[in-house]
Every structure is written in structure tokens, then in C-alpha cells.
Write a protein that binds this ligand. Structure first.
Ligand SMILES: CC(C)(COP(=O)(O)OP(=O)(O)OC[C@H]1O[C@@H](n2cnc3c(N)ncnc32)[C@H](O)[C@@H]1OP(=O)(O)O)[C@@H](O)C(=O)NCCC(=O)NCCS
Length: 439
């Protein structure tokens, strides 16, 4: 009898140098670095560089990546037009998936031979960086569109995380107005960099948009928590969406097609959609004192509790303590002990009753809620982060490719025939071949 590994559970399908998940030691390494160290010390741009290039960047390398990122931040007209074609009630994951399709069609326009679609390693690194740079505008515009708010242009005086928050919330996320400074011809005023606490000068050639010199400073507490969440979400070995991306890349399709497929996989609530689903659960429960009765009913109905459990980790997710600490900071910052109480009550009672621990989506859901993101925007935030890991894996797959094509054990009806059909000789010849037909 064929030994079937349902869901590929426990199956090692290939090697990777991008990240290592070790459930025994409850650790996650990106290119050898513990993820919690990266979250505590690095801007997200440096983590993205590490995933793509294998090493943390030096100052010049980080500066060059930031310049490219800033140059591609603005929402392009084609992507905006495509998003605007969708109903405002469309799920934002569908917007992001559509946006990546449009970006891919634009960036690969003119390739007339399908054999060239795969691109060179250098082209695909450039494509990965540009795609990563464009996604915050897509996510931010989606949320603003649903709220009936105007698009906010990016600011080239802010790093990735702060600019992402700026494009989503504008002045709402700012703690204080920035004093307008006189600007030399061709220069950009230096403003404090909330993600590092140091001053920085914009160097990008992208649109500086509205208010880069007189706008406020995005709240550094929120910027820090958001930056950490991006790092924690960036990469996680052969999870469902990354594997989807690798399957598509293995056919020598293009990087954008692989990312579009990955977004589809991530949307599901058993994977990335869980961070959105956690908030629906929190709303359903209401407050900490309702947890006991709610859990009784949910377990009696054999419901899966979103934000708990993991295919690989069985004794807790290595990323949770770092994200929980970021959530605690936000709880204190916004004075919302009720959120912490509900979080703690559901965690302790569920762990006690089922021995199943929270995954990263459990703390990140309420953290994004406190930051002010719409619940539907949570999984697109995951996309914006994970596109770095996906594209690192796509390039790794392409570098040592083997078409991913597993077998299946057939359990359908035995061979039978359409009444009156007379097979021709060629069909009989194919049927006589012993191997499974390709495709
Ligand atoms: C992530 C997940 C799909 C991993 O599942 P898996 O490795 O395939 O394990 P299973 O779904 O087969 O779960 C094994 C057992 O634990 C139970 N279980 C696992 N996660 C559970 C959860 N969140 N709530 C309730 N029960 C859960 C299953 O019901 C099953 O019980 P059974 O053996 O009595 O049937 C699963 O834990 C889950 O659905 N979690 C909720 C969604 C989520 O948070 N996803 C984000 C993952 S990062």
C-alpha cells in the first residue's frame, strides 16, 4: 500500500539556506540569525536584504536598498486603476493579488518567448526589490479607499516602516507636527527618523508627495512595533504559501506569477488569514469574563480557535514572545488593558484545556488592531512582509530547479468506457505505456 503523507506532514521536499525552523529548540533563524535578534535590532529593509543576499547589509548596501525602495514607493497609475475597478467590498487580499498581477504584466511586458519568462537571477533580485517597494502603497491605498479617504503620497524622508504607516494613516499616526525647515534647492529637509531615532535625509528619486517637510512624525512606538511585526512575518521556511511559490517557480514561470499564487495560499484562514480571523474571535468573545462560556461552546462545536496551533511548532511558536512584547507595549501606549486581559484569558484557558499554543497571528492580530489597521488589512500586511521570503525562495528554487510534481494514489472508479466509443490506435498506444501520463 502507498504510504501517503497527507498534507505533506513531516515530508522534507528540498534544502533551503533561507531560514531554519527548529521546533525542538523553539527557534527560527533567518540565514543563521535568530529572528528575535533581528526584530530587536534591525530595520525591516536590512532584514529584507539579509533574506535576499544571505548577509546583513553594510551602511552603503543598506543605503542603496533604501534608495531603490524609496524610488518605487508611489502607487502607479496602472495599479491604482486596476484596484479602482474592484468593488470596495472586495477582500483586500484580492486587491493585493490583482495589484501584483498588474505589476507583473507591466514589468515583464515585451517578453515574447515563454522560455525567457523566468528571468536571470539578477533580474529577479531587482524585480523582488521593486515589488516589495510597491506593496505598502497598495495595502495603504486599499484601506483608505474602503474608508472613503484620499490616497496619501509616500514621504522620502521616512524609512520603510514609518512611511508605510504614513501612507496608511497620514497625520492620524503622527505624534507631533514637524517644524517646517527651509530647503536648499534640490535638497530634502532632514527629519528625525522614528525607526532609528536618528536623523536621516531622503535620498530617493521617488515622489516626495504631500507634506514631506511640514508633516508630523509617525509615532515611534507604533513604528517600532510595526517594524518588528514585519520582520517576524518575513520568512518561515516551507510554509504553504512559500511552497506554492516554489511550485510555480519550478515550472520556470515568472516571479510575479509565483507571488500571485503565494498570495492565494496565504489568504486562507489556516495560514495567513488567521491574523484577521483572530480579531473576529476577539469581537465575538467581547471581553475577558466571557472567555470561559465562549470556549465551552466553541469546543463543543469542535471549532478551530484561530491563532492557535501550528503544523511545525507543537510547544509554542518561536515568534510569539517577541510579538507579544510588542503588543504589550501597544497596550500600555494606548491604555487598553482590556485587550491584554482578553488575550491572556483566552490563551491560558485554551492552553490549559487543549495544550495547543498561540502562533504569531495571535498577538499580531490585536497589535494591528491597536495600531489602527482595519481587520481586513491584516493579511495584506503579512503579504507586504512575506514577499521578501517568497522571493528569496523563488530565486533559490530557480538556482537549483527540479520541477515539483508529486504523485497521487488513485481512488476513483476502475477503468470504464463511454458507450459506443471505438478507441483509435494512437490512444491505445498511450494507454499501454506503464508510467503515469505527464501533466
Ligand atoms: C495551523 C493548523 C492548520 C495546523 O494544523 P495541523 O498540523 O494540520 O494539525 P491539525 O489541524 O490536524 O490538528 C491536530 C489536532 O489539534 C486540533 N487543533 C489544532 N489546532 C487547533 C485550533 N487552533 N483549535 C482547536 N483545535 C485545534 C485539531 O482539531 C486536531 O485535533 P484532533 O486530533 O482531535 O482531530 C491548525 O493548528 C489550525 O487550524 N490552527 C488555527 C488556524 C491558525 O491559527 N493558522 C495559522 C497558522 S500559523
Amino acid at each position: 500500500m502507498t504510504d501517503i503523507k497527507k498534507g505533506l506532514a513531516g515530508v522534507t521536499v528540498d534544502e533551503t539556506a533561507v531560514s531554519k525552523v527548529n521546533p525542538e529548540t523553539n527557534s527560527l533563524l533567518y540565514r543563521g540569525y535568530p529572528v528575535q535578534e533581528l526584530a530587536a535590532t534591525q530595520p525591516f529593509e536590512a532584514v529584507a536584504y539579509l533574506l535576499w543576499n544571505g548577509e546583513l547589509p553594510d551602511a552603503a548596501q543598506l543605503g542603496a536598498l533604501r534608495d531603490t525602495e524609496r524610488a518605487h514607493r508611489a502607487l502607479t497609475d496602472d495599479v491604482r486603476a486596476a484596484i479602482d475597478l474592484l468593488p470596495t467590498s472586495a477582500h483586500p487580499m484580492d486587491e493585493v493579488r490583482t495589484a501584483v498581477s498588474v505589476i507583473g504584466a507591466r514589468e515583464t511586458a515585451g517578453i515574447s518567448n515563454v522560455m525567457d519568462a523566468v528571468g536571470t537571477p539578477e533580474e529577479n533580485l531587482e524585480r523582488a526589490v521593486r515589488l516589495w517597494a510597491q506593496l505598502p502603497a497598495v495595502v495603504a491605498y486599499g484601506q483608505r479607499r474602503r474608508r472613503g479617504q484620499e490616497l496619501i503620497e509616500p514621504r522620502d524622508d521616512l524609512d520603510y516602516a514609518a512611511n508605510f504607516l504614513w501612507m496608511t494613516f497620514g497625520e492620524e499616526i503622527c505624534t507631533r507636527p514637524q517644524v517646517a525647515e527651509p530647503v536648499e534647492a534640490g535638497g530634502v529637509a532632514s527629519v528625525p527618523d522614528p525607526s532609528t531615532g536618528s536623523g536621516s535625509s531622503g535620498t530617493g528619486s521617488g515622489s516626495s508627495g504631500t507634506g514631506s517637510r511640514s508633516a508630523g512624525v509617525p509615532d515611534p512606538v507604533v513604528v517600532d512595533a510595526f517594524n518588528r511585526s514585519m520582520t517576524l512575518y518575513a520568512e518561515h521556511s516551507f510554509n504553504a504559501s512559500t511552497f506554492t511559490a516554489r511550485v510555480i517557480a519550478s515550472t520556470l514561470s515568472d516571479l510575479y506569477s509565483a507571488v500571485v499564487g503565494a498570495i492565494g495560499a496565504l489568504k486562507g484562514p489556516l495560514h495567513g488569514g488567521a491574523n484577521e480571523a483572530v480579531l473576529h474571535v476577539f469581537r465575538e468573545i467581547g471581553s475577558a469574563e466571557n472567555v470561559g462560556p465562549w470556549l465551552d461552546a466553541a469546543l463543543a462545536d469542535k471549532r478551530k480557535i484561530m491563532g492557535f496551533g501550528h503544523r511545525v511548532y507543537k510547544r509554542g511558536d518561536s515568534r510569539v514572545p517577541t510579538m507579544k512584547a510588542a503588543l504589550d507595549t501597544l497596550v500600555a501606549h494606548y491604555d487598553r488593558p482590556d485587550v491584554a486581559a482578553l488575550y491572556d484569558a483566552l490563551e491560558s484557558q485554551f492552553v490549559e484545556r487543549k495544550g495547543i499554543y498561540p502562533n504569531l497571528d495571535y498577538p499580531s492580530g490585536p497589535a494591528y488592531d491597536l495600531m489602527g489597521f482595519d481587520t481586513l488589512t491584516f493579511t495584506p500586511l503579512f503579504v507586504a512582509a512575506r514577499v521578501t521570503g517568497w522571493t528569496a525562495h523563488i530565486r533559490e528554487q530557480q538556482a537549483a530547479n527540479a520541477l515539483i510534481r508529486p504523485l497521487s494514489a488513485y481512488v476513483g472508479p476502475d477503468e470504464r468506457h463511454v458507450e459506443g466509443y471505438v478507441p483509435d490506435a494512437a490512444a491505445l498506444e498511450t494507454q499501454d505505456r506503464p508510467e503515469e501520463a505527464a501533466g
